[in-house]
Write a protein that binds this ligand. Structure first.
Ligand SMILES: *[C@@H]1O[C@H](CO)[C@@H](O)[C@H](O)[C@H]1NC(C)=O
Ligand SMILES: *[C@@H]1O[C@H](CO)[C@@H](O)[C@H](O)[C@H]1NC(C)=O
Ligand SMILES: *[C@@H]1O[C@H](CO)[C@@H](O)[C@H](O)[C@H]1NC(C)=O
Ligand SMILES: *[C@@H]1O[C@H](CO)[C@@H](O)[C@H](O)[C@H]1NC(C)=O
Ligand SMILES: *[C@@H]1O[C@H](CO)[C@@H](O)[C@H](O)[C@H]1NC(C)=O
Ligand SMILES: *[C@@H]1O[C@H](CO)[C@@H](O)[C@H](O)[C@H]1NC(C)=O
Length: 511
């Protein structure tokens, strides 16, 4: 059993690309871009960037694009953990094209990639870098720019060059060459950069987004782009992004269109949120952002609590803690009685990969941490749970309590641990009995079955199931109601058309 956990921890560092698809294109103003799919791993789930930051941007419905370090207003980028995003595609910059893997993100509006002038960031070292002196179509701009993230930032400068998307070439596109990626987590990322598909209104530096240039240069037949994400992990195609049209292969029936209520992000009205066909009553005048650059569905605390309670989602920390108590409680008790040094106990039973007290202080820090924004939860979870159990048991033992009492008490303590509120685990075996949820958009119910809203994270030895719903409380000013972010989970179920020409978003069942 111990070996299993050690192995698991070792696997956390590997991230696998399950799908890879070449770019496919056709002429007549329609470009089909194959997307790659990456399976979710613990490293991406637990990487430091969390949904946090200042959300006042939503409340006001506008974003300032200040270039200074004042973070009183942040771009939507600050809301995200891009590392759990599963879909990527490739673009070429310059002539001849230098290739980059990017996230196509409807929740932001800038394009950035690492620069060859980036020397001091680990992140740049691991990614493709754009070298402007190798491009015959490069135009210097040089104006500095800064994009804020929840826990870090991108520093760089603007440049201009041609961008190749499929077989389309967008001329003279302004983008950001990142020279410093002030966030360690980005070095782990399997993408080089981010290509924003939001509106110019939220573009840092008010740069015209690539999609605007495509339309301006009359490269697309229709002013729409559409996404299809392939949830099937076994399929050879990861997904498809079509600029200039809609691929009839990838949806059933007709799209239901709703107007974009606020230009900036792709923001629409949500009429209701149902759990098992019952209105939760948590969604009066709700608003939602359709965001291809977020893996999960984020929603107001009350509504998300309803679904996460219904599926008995628990924090990983509590869950691992209870597991440690039930599986190792007796053993730990006996080892403590036998006089084994407490700080060596967890490594001796294989739950911690090294000995010493260093770990214990970490786990205590974890407990003390109020907001649950812990960084080391992923890899160290099992070990931390064990060490907490040991520490608690020792305290109880000294008071000469009986074994049964102590284990019962420690088990209760597990529930009191502050859990990271973002990712919640569920019991995979209970998926068939979990309720369907529905979003009412444009008078129509869009259902999500448990199979669609539960994420499975596969590690070699086991499958972990994670609720696709994340609480996100954004203060909003009336008449705007609570905000939702409909990310990849929603878009996997529903083929999505972003209709710029008619300022509307359409959903149809994905096929
Ligand atoms: C960039 O990608 C294209 C299309 O996949 C490929 O033909 C080309 O060789 C790549 N260029 C480089 C420099 O890798
Ligand atoms: C960029 O390319 C030029 C020309 O090939 C080369 O001299 C230069 O060293 C490159 N710069 C970097 C930072 O790789
Ligand atoms: C830049 O161009 C030179 C010559 O054209 C080539 O040898 C070199 O590999 C290129 N460097 C990059 C980073 O693309
Ligand atoms: C960890 O354990 C090994 C072997 O059991 C021992 O040699 C080493 O000194 C220990 N390290 C610490 C920090 O206690
Ligand atoms: C929803 O239905 C009501 C009444 O049936 C109608 O008044 C309203 O316009 C519809 N809304 C949309 C967005 O279709
Ligand atoms: C919902 O929106 C309507 C119309 O925009 C507004 O009159 C009403 O006050 C809003 N309700 C809430 C609870 O904000």
């Amino acid at each position: 059993m111990g070996d299993k956990f050690v192995l698991l921890v070792m696997c956390l560092l590997t991230s696998t690309f399950s799908m890879s698809v070449a770019i496919t294109s056709s002429s007549n103003g329609v470009v089909r871009l194959g997307l790659k799919k990456q399976s979710l791993g613990f490293n991406s789930l637990y990487a430091a960037t969390r949904i946090k930051g200042r959300y006042s941007t939503y409340a006001k419905g506008a974003v300032t694009t200040t270039q200074d370090s004042d973070d009183s207003e942040m771009n939507i980028i600050s809301l995200k953990n891009y590392l759990d995003v599963q879909y990527f595609g490739e673009i070429g910059i310059g002539s001849p094209p230098q290739n980059f893997t990017v996230i196509f993100d409807t929740g932001s509006s800038n394009l950035w990639i690492p620069s060859s002038h980036c020397h001091f960031s680990v992140a740049c070292f691991f990614h493709s870098r754009y070298n402007s002196s190798n491009s015959s179509t490069y135009t210097e701009i040089g104006k500095p720019c800064k994009i804020n993230y929840g826990s870090g930032m991108i520093l760089g400068f603007f440049s201009e060059d041609n961008i190749k998307v499929g077989d389309l070439v967008v001329k003279n596109q302004v983008f950001t060459e990142a020279t410093r990626e002030g966030s360690v987590v980005l070095s782990l990322a399997s993408f080089d950069g981010i290509l924003g598909l939001g509106f110019q209104d939220v573009s840092v530096g008010n740069v015209a987004p690539l999609w605007h240039s495509m339309m301006q240069q009359s490269l697309v037949a229709q002013k729409v782009f559409s996404f299809w994400f392939n949830k099937d992990p076994m399929a050879s195609e990861g997904g498809e992004l079509v600029f200039g049209g809609v691929d009839p292969k990838h949806f059933k029936g007709q799209h239901t269109y709703v107007p974009v209520t606020q230009k900036g992000y792709w923001q629409i009205d949500l009429e209701d949120f149902l759990v098992a066909d019952q209105s939760t009553g948590c969604c009066i005048n709700c608003t939602a952002i359709v965001d291809s650059g977020t893996a999960f569905i984020a929603g107001p605390f009350d509504a998300v609590k309803k679904i996460n309670d219904a599926i008995e989602a628990k924090g990983f920390v509590s869950m691992e803690c209870k597991k440690a108590v039930s599986q190792y409680g007796d053993l730990i008790w006996q080892l403590l009685l036998s006089g084994l040094q407490p700080d060596k106990l967890c490594s001796s039973i294989g739950l911690c990969s090294f000995n010493g007290t260093q770990h214990l202080s970490d786990s205590i820090k974890m407990v003390v941490e109020q907001k649950g924004e812990t960084h080391n939860v992923g890899q160290d979870l099992v070990c931390a749970a064990c060490e907490l159990t040991v520490a608690w048991m020792r305290t109880e033992m000294m008071q000469k309590k009986t074994r049964g009492k102590v284990i019962e008490y420690v088990n209760k303590l597990c529930d009191t641990l502050p859990n990271p509120t973002t990712q919640l685990a569920v019991d995979c075996t209970k998926i068939p009995s979990m309720p369907t949820v529905s979003f009412v958009i444009g008078n129509k119910s869009f259902h999500l079955t448990p199979g669609q809203y539960i994420l499975k994270v596969e590690q070699d030895m086991a499958t972990f199931c994670i609720s696709g719903f994340i609480p996100l409380d954004v203060p909003v000013s009336p008449p705007q109601g609570p905000l939702w972010i409909l990310g990849e989970i929603f878009m996997e179920a529903y083929h999505t058309v972003f209709d710029f020409g008619n300022l509307r978003v359409g959903f149809a069942e994905a096929a």
